[in-house]
Design a protein around this ligand. Structure first.
Ligand code: 6R9
Length: 570
């Protein structure tokens, strides 16, 4: 395959100019663009929406273009400003205050975005959950965050174990109503609510958002972000997404995932562009159709989707007019060089990989428009970000040596806490370095190359899944005694989840049992957490201190050398 760099094209922001003044770049320059500069106070929802609604040139511009198979709806900046004001009034009426956690568990819809922005407008903290979550996953997140209010639909309500959630006082139901004094009707309350609202002005360091994400041990962690992140979202919207005034932008990520908030809400709207929100399931035809119909110019998606397009073939792509596309981006997993080459064939465009995490809140390493792409590399750090490969003591390693991918503290969108777990937060750092948990190397030109995860976190179709959460669910099954879960390489999904289990006395292996165990996880946690392969074993390898040796399971599975097994229990 051709591994030569693919030359840069003109972007509206030539970051190579910034690179020259790399050390001189200061994030405070960016801050001057926000109301903070004149008032000392700020609110993400104001900067993203109301600011454009107050401007006669942009108030009637389409902010949200909702496109689902059965429904299409547009909202201008002015309309979205008013709708979110109305919802903020509903929240106020029901005693939601600054700092309260309000969670959202619903499909992507205009109501989701009205609610989300309304939550920020009262100064509360939003917690978006994947609509695919099942009871246990919903419970763990609402319990840990001590959410006071949940916004959901009557259909999803059965997955909310209300009697096990003492902090949850109120439930807003969208698109229907149920009997019960804790229920609030979205539709009825919105009708009664005023379109005017005095926004809660907050400090840049006040809480705004919690995303739950998985590590290799323990329950999912609540990654806590503050309003200050807007500085990075504004900047990367220009530098990385290459957003211009007249763009029609489409980010395919669900807002239950950080890409769906940072780059599905904040970056596009801070930059005042039209944001396409698509509901419904994935199919190559529907997605291409969305680009063609709405003349999408900037498209942000993930390797797992691009690989599906690739396997659907270039003929499918050639049936659609995709000529509106100017800039294509990818995040979430390694972007295979063959996908980049195929992208040039199918779209006549380069696909720009970029790297970041839930914890980093925004893009840090990127193939920005003015950079030559080396297929397989994640690109270079953006201005104001210092990335390095370090050893376990925090020493920088020379080029081409593999080690911990680490970022110097201090970029604007960095998480500020792991909710209620300060020791977890501290464990991310070696001195001034934030340590990502990814291994990588940097080449002599300063490009970063992803090598793998250093912990046991699984990345399946771009979703981060913690093995512990899956193992915990597996052993709740009446036939399962012990379980160990690993990610197994898969050409389309990146990794699939493979579970090794031992059975309790009196249970025999059978196809029905394996399917029952799989469904148990699927219905208890979520579809993406369900193991695609389950293998029954006599024992699960453990260390003397009782930790499951997933690394060993993985080596056995892949037929690799087992390395150091000195801690293996007899
Ligand atoms: C935004 C997001 C983070 C983990 C990260 C890494 C993997 C993300 C990548 C990538 C290779 C890229 N990852 N981008 N791996 N190349 N361009 O994905 O957040 O869900 O927290 O996942 O995803 O392993 O550590 P999150």
């Amino acid at each position: 395959m051709n591994m030569n760099p693919i030359p840069a094209r003109e972007g509206n922001h030539n970051l190579q100019d910034y690179e020259k003044t790399y050390n001189g770049f200061n994030w405070n320059e960016m801050k001057k663009q926000f109301s903070w500069n004149s008032t000392g106070k700020v609110n993400m929802a104001y900067e993203a929406i109301d600011r454009h609604a107050e401007n006669p040139d942009t108030k009637d511009k389409v902010a949200l273009l909702y496109s689902a198979p059965d429904k299409e709806e547009t909202l201008t900046f002015n309309e979205l400003s008013k709708k979110s004001n109305q919802f903020a009034n509903v929240l106020k009426k029901h005693q939601i205050e600054k700092g309260d956690r309000v969670f959202l568990f619903m499909p992507r819809s205009p109501e989701f975005y009205m609610s989300f922005l309304g939550i920020l407008k009262v100064g509360a903290i939003a917690g978006p959950l994947f609509e695919a979550f099942m009871e246990q996953a919903v419970h763990d997140r609402l319990e840990d965050s001590e959410a006071k209010m949940l916004i959901t639909t009557p259909e999803l309500l059965e997955r909310v174990p209300q009697d096990k959630l003492p902090y949850l006082k109120q439930i807003v139901l969208v698109g229907g109503m149920k009997e019960g004094k804790q229920y609030i009707s979205f539709d009825q309350e919105m009708k009664k609510a005023s379109e005017n609202f005095d926004i809660e002005w907050v400090d840049l360091e006040d809480g705004m958002l919690i995303h739950y994400t998985s590590g290799s041990t323990g329950k999912p962690k609540g990654v806590y972000h503050v309003h200050n992140a807007m500085i990075q979202h504004l900047a990367t919207g220009q530098w990385v997404l290459d957003l211009k005034e007249d763009d029609v932008y489409w980010c395919t990520a669900d807002p239950g995932w950080v890409t769906g908030t940072s780059y599905g809400i904040f970056a596009p709207w801070l930059n005042g562009v039209t944001n396409v929100i698509r509901g419904g399931r994935f199919s190559p035809e529907d997605w291409y159709g969305t680009i063609e119909k709405h003349k999408v110019t900037v498209w942000y998606s993930a390797p797992t989707a691009f690989r599906k397009f690739l396997s659907a073939g270039s003929e499918v792509a050639s049936k659609f007019d995709l000529s509106s596309l100017r800039h294509i981006l990818s995040v979430g997993e390694p972007l295979n060089p063959e996908v980049i080459h195929w992208g040039i064939e199918a779209f006549n465009k380069r696909i720009h990989d970029n790297w970041w995490m839930t914890e980093t809140g925004g893009q840090l390493i990127s193939n920005y428009p003015s950079l030559d792409i080396k297929p397989g590399s994640m690109g270079k750090p953006i201005p104001g970000v210092e990335a390095a490969i370090i050893d376990n003591e925090g020493n920088k390693l020379p080029p081409n040596q593999m080690g911990n991918l680490a970022i110097k503290k201090g970029w604007p969108s960095m998480m500020r806490q792991i909710w209620k777990r300060p020791e977890k937060y501290e464990s991310y750092f070696i001195g001034d370095w934030y340590v990502s948990g990814d291994s990588a190397y940097m080449d002599e030109d300063g490009y970063f190359w992803f090598q793998g995860r250093l912990d046991d976190v699984i990345n399946t179709s771009g979703e981060r899944v913690g093995p512990f959460e899956v193992e915990s669910k597996l052993i709740e099954h009446p036939a399962v005694a012990e379980a160990g879960v690993i990610g197994k390489p898969d050409p389309e999904r990146g990794e699939i989840i493979k579970a090794f289990v031992t059975l309790r006395e009196g249970h025999q292996e059978s196809d029905d049992l394996l399917e029952d165990i799989r469904l148990f996880v699927k219905n208890g946690l979520s579809a993406h957490a369900a193991p695609r392969e389950i293998e029954i074993r006599e024992t699960i390898p453990k260390t003397r201190s009782g930790k499951i040796m997933r690394r060993l399971l993985k080596s056995w599975e892949l037929g690799l050398p087992t390395g150091d097994t000195s801690t293996l229990e007899e």
